[in-house]
Write a protein that binds this ligand. Sequence first.
Ligand SMILES: *Cc1c(COP(=O)(O)O)cnc(C)c1O
Length: 364
Amino acid sequence: MKVPFLDLKLQHQAIRTEVLAALADTYDNTRFCLGKDVEDFEKAFSATLGYPRTLGLNSGTSPLHLASICGGFGPGDEIITTSFTFASSCWGISYVGAKPVFVDIDADTWCISPEAMAKAITPKTKGIVVVHIFGQPARMDEIMVLAKQHKLFVVEDCAQAVGATYKGAPIGGIGDCGTFSFYPTKNLGACGEGGAFVSRHPAVMDHAQLLRVHGSPKRYTHTEVGFNFRMDGFQGAALNIKLKKLAGWTARRRAIAAQYRAGIKRSDVQLPVVPAYGESVWHQFTLLHPKRDDLRVHLDQAGVGTEIIYPGPMHRQPCYASLGYAAGSLPVAEKTSATCVSLPIFPELTDAQVEHVIKAVNAF
Ligand SMILES: *Cc1c(COP(=O)(O)O)cnc(C)c1O
């Protein structure tokens, strides 16, 4: 039996007719940049997931850039963030000339450790970029206590966690702003690039909205140096259809994760921990094994596709060498990167395929 790590074609075959009809309508009405499809999507995203307002953008990196500007980050500021993430989580910090301060993660959820964060706060600390990694919410209560004490602007990178909740509240609405990616492989993927920005502060939303289209409150008047971060109409149209399926897809990811957690029985494997405070949306199902490279070869021979997400933590990336983090400086992030392997988890997997993966892991 073959179990690919991810097969996007299955999802897109199932909704092909519906999506192509919507794209044709967008085409025929030339709603190419922002426009009604994007506005409809913004409203539906807010209503479905529980945000006061949403801005549709051209990627998941752009909202992180906007977040840094809205947070007032700049040269001389230190922004605390997690090292165990996709690179883009840190880009917003670097784009505005602020300094990323990488701290270690919790050993069970692989999200940023509030205790490590507390130790890294200095008079220069201006903000925090939290990442809800693999769809698992970070410990927001502890993070928000620190933020309040030290007057820090909290950015939640929700790129992997659309629909996840922390103590019943939608992630992204707890900190000062939240950012989403609709890259095709994400839980809610566009047919191309896309992203979104949310904030519970109306003034932050207004600022981000101004920056999204050339800092222009009125045609040919520019009150600030802005960007072209518009979502295109085709993406809004496709996302409107896909958003309606998201709850079902998330339920299916949760069922697969439950099947893995019940079926994988090895004392040498660390399974993802599910804390009582949050409901993960399982963007990845990752486990740790001391011989993960051998495990990957074994799974490959059994027809099971796997990935290493992420093989190198950010504090050890060449682009941040000048920050001077030595090997061993963030031991939990480094150990997690050295031992992690992600199993297939996408809604179209069959129970039999999941069972095949479980048997293959147990037989290693
Ligand atoms: C995918 C991702 C992003 C960036 O999204 P793009 O749409 O590719 O720009 C940011 N942060 C995390 C954690 C991601 O997984």
